[in-house]
Design a protein around this ligand. Structure first.
Ligand code: DGL
Length: 266
C-alpha cells in the first residue's frame, strides 16, 4: 500500500501547482493527477454538481489504487470534502483549505485577514468559519475574484492586463486594511509575486501549495504511508484534452508533461 500512488484532482489544471509542490516535498512519491477539464470552472457550478464530479473522480482514483486522495481545488474542498471522504472510505483525504487555515489561525492574533477565490469558495464562507472557530478575534473579509483563474489559464501574468485586473480586485473596499491575504484558489500561486508587489510587502500573502504539501508529507509519514522505493511515475489525466490545456498544464506544473484523456462519464 505505501508504494501506491497519491491521487490528486482539480477542476482542471490549477491543482498542478499542488502536484508540483508535492513532487518537490516528496520526490519518491508516484502521482496520479486528474483534471476535470470537461466540467471546469467548478467555481461557477452548483454544489450538487461539484459533489457528484468529485465522487466520480475519487472512485477513479481508488480504482487506480491510490493510497490517498488530495482535493487540489478550493471550490471542491469547500463543499465536497464530506462526499469525497464517504467515497474514499478508509484512505486519507486531504483538502487545500485545512492546512492553510490551521497555519494562519494558530498564530491567533487580531489579524485582519482577506480571502480571495472563486464564487463557490467565497460563498461557502468556509475560510471565515474555520479561522474564527480557532481564532475568534481574527477579522476575515472575503472577495470573489472570478476573473483571475481564466486570466491565469490564458497566460496573462506579469503584464498590463493582469496588473489591471489584480489592482481592480485588491482595491475593493472589503479588502481595505487587511494585513494578511489568503490566495484561496490553486491557480493563484502563479500570481503570488504580482500580488505581493501590489501590496509592496505590507501584506503577508499566503498561497496553499507549499503549506498543503508540507502537511500531506507530515501526515503520510505519521501513518507510515511514505513510498520507500525510488522509482517514481506520474500520470496526468484530463476529462477533455486540448493542446491548449497541455500547454497551460506545463506552465502550472513547471515542467514538461503529457496529458491523457479519459472519459469517466460514459
Ligand atoms: N482551481 C480551482 C480552485 O482552486 C479554481 C478553478 C475553477 O473554478 O474550476 O478553486
Amino acid at each position: 500500500m505505501q508504494n501506491n500512488p497519491i491521487g490528486i484532482f482539480d477542476s482542471g489544471i490549477g491543482g498542478l501547482t499542488i502536484a508540483h509542490a508535492l513532487k518537490e516535498e516528496l520526490p519518491n512519491e508516484n502521482i496520479i493527477y486528474f483534471g476535470d477539464t470537461e466540467h471546469l470552472p467548478y467555481g461557477e457550478k452548483s454544489e450538487t454538481a461539484i459533489q457528484n464530479f468529485s465522487k466520480r473522480i475519487t472512485q477513479f482514483l481508488i480504482e487506480k489504487k491510490c493510497k490517498a486522495v488530495v482535493i487540489a481545488c478550493n471550490s471542491a474542498s469547500s463543499i465536497a470534502l464530506q462526499s469525497v471522504k464517504e467515497m474514499a472510505k478508509n484512505i486519507p483525504v486531504f483538502n487545500v483549505i485545512t492546512p492553510v487555515v490551521t497555519k494562519v489561525a494558530q498564530q491567533c492574533s487580531e489579524f485582519n485577514i482577506g480571502v480571495i477565490g472563486t464564487k463557490t469558495t467565497i460563498q461557502s464562507n468556509i475560510y471565515e468559519r474555520e479561522i474564527k472557530a480557532i481564532c475568534p478575534i481574527a477579522k476575515v473579509s472575503s472577495l470573489a475574484t472570478p476573473l483571475l483563474a481564466p486570466m491565469i489559464e490564458e497566460g496573462f501574468i506579469n503584464e498590463n492586463i493582469s496588473h489591471t485586473v489584480i489592482a481592480n480586485y485588491l482595491s475593493n473596499k472589503k479588502l481595505a486594511n487587511i494585513d494578511h491575504l489568503i490566495l484561496a484558489c490553486t491557480h493563484y500561486p502563479l500570481i503570488h509575486q504580482e500580488i505581493k508587489d501590489y501590496y509592496k510587502n505590507k501584506v503577508v500573502v499566503i498561497d496553499s501549495a507549499n503549506t498543503v504539501a508540507e502537511h500531506i508529507a507530515k501526515q503520510l509519514k505519521t501513518v507510515n504511508l511514505l513510498n520507500n522505493s525510488a522509482k517514481t511515475e506520474y500520470h496526468f489525466y484530463v476529462s477533455n484534452y486540448t493542446k491548449s490545456f497541455e500547454k497551460s498544464a506545463k506552465f502550472f506544473f513547471r515542467e514538461d508533461l503529457k496529458l491523457e484523456e479519459i472519459n469517466l462519464w460514459g
